[in-house]
Design a binder for this molecule. Structure first.
Ligand SMILES: Nc1ncnc2c1ncn2[C@@H]1O[C@H](COP(=O)(O)OP(=O)(O)OP(=O)(O)O)[C@@H](O)[C@H]1O
Ligand SMILES: [Mg+2]
Length: 257
């Protein structure tokens, strides 16, 4: 079982879209996935077709009131289970900050799942909020690796160094000595513009093989699907967005086998 955080402190770069659709595409090819929605905005929870219900988020488990396993819900998406989010998660940062070894709160909470003899999942995916607050730091401290979705725009590279440096810092300080960069996925690519091509070139020059060959185009189907609570492969299976996320899932899996 591999634990992967999908993180970027910048808002609106495609983190949630990537979590939902990577999970769905991996599920489609027979993988078992647990998604953990760690963003109080709960977009991942609603995008996977679940209602927001009080007391259902990781918050209660982080406080030690319930086990993480009790919070797991099946979703309508084949192969994909979810620990949902709801607004109460926003308050959890204050509570976690008061705890001893507060950076490892999430890792410890998930330990019965990640270290169980009966490995039910192939991958656990974390959807992180757009900040480097305590929930994101806990995700990065609990993960084996990080996927950074990066929007194809001019200033994206600057933001990228922030999260890359943080990954290195968490590893080198021993907070999470096994942490590595899983890869960078370019999102909202507009093949018609030179800018997209330039940004992709620049990121590839810096990060070489860490940049996935698959790129995610700007595609209106990807933005419509969440309002129906379904991933893009269920909403419009032949859309460019669906095809791109399938490619990405295959590449991700190939790198992990
Ligand atoms: N490839 C794409 N093409 C078109 N629209 C997209 C694409 N990817 C994401 N979107 C849309 O852009 C918006 C932001 O995407 P998303 O919610 O995935 O980003 P995020 O990084 O999770 O945002 P936040 O930081 O707020 O959590 C959403 O409305 C989403 O539907
Ligand atoms: Mg999001």
């Amino acid at each position: 079982m591999k634990v992967v955080a999908i993180a970027n402190q910048k808002g609106g770069v495609g983190k949630t879209t990537t979590v939902i659709n990577l999970a769905a595409c991996l599920g489609e090819i027979g993988q078992k996935i647990l998604v953990v929605d760690l963003d109080p905005q709960s977009n991942c929870t609603s995008g996977l077709g679940l209602e927001l219900t009080e007391g259902s988020s990781m918050y209660q488990a982080l406080l030690g009131n319930v086990s993480a396993e009790e919070l797991i819900q099946a979703t309508p998406v084949p192969g994909v289970d979810l620990i949902p989010a709801e607004l109460d998660l926003a308050g959890s940062e204050v509570d976690i900050a008061r705890m001893d070894s507060y950076l490892h709160c999430l890792r410890n909470t998930l330990d019965p799942i990640t270290n169980s003899k009966n490995q039910k999942y192939d991958f656990i995916l974390f959807d992180c909020p757009p900040s480097l607050g305590i929930l994101t730091m806990n995700s990065l401290s609990a993960a084996h690796s990080v996927i950074v979705p990066m929007q194809c725009e001019y200033y994206a590279l600057e933001g990228l160094s922030v999260i890359i440096n943080l990954i290195n810092q968490l590893r080198d300080s021993g907070t999470n000595s096994g942490l590595g960069l899983e890869g960078i996925i370019m999102t909202m690519v507009d093949k018609r513009t030179n800018l997209s091509a330039q940004v992709i070139n620049e990121v590839r020059n810096h990060f070489k093989d860490f940049v996935y060959d698959a790129t995610i185009p700007r595609n209106v189907r990807l933005s419509e699907a969440p309002s129906h609570g379904i991933p893009v492969i269920a909403y419009d299976s032949l859309s460019t967005g669906a095809i791109a996320y399938r490619e990405f899932a295959k590449e991700f899996l190939a790198k992990n086998s």
